[in-house]
Ligand binder design. Structure first.
Ligand SMILES: [Zn+2]
Length: 77
């Protein structure tokens, strides 16, 4: 019943420049200066219908990340 650490997707704070990184999009795209900006990214990705169709895995990982962080998604059950 133990949950492995590896299965948990979490945001992280990059120590070199103190910006927030998205574990689903590592070393790619912008880094976020505040956790609020990162949350907007994660929730936006998780709610994207085009991502849902074309990048299902990435979409579902953003959704799991949002759930791990207890960020509510509009329309989530
Ligand atoms: Zn991302």
């Amino acid at each position: 019943m133990a949950t492995s650490i590896q299965s948990l997707v979490r945001i992280y704070l990059r120590p070199e420049d103190l910006t927030w990184g998205c574990p689903v999009c590592p070393n790619k795209g912008p880094q976020w200066e505040t956790i609020h900006a990162l949350r907007d990214h994660v929730v936006g990705q998780a709610m994207s219908m085009s991502l849902r169709e074309d990048y299902k895995n990435k979409w579902s990982r953003h959704r799991r990340l949002a759930r791990n962080m207890r960020w509510s998604l509009p329309g989530q059950h």
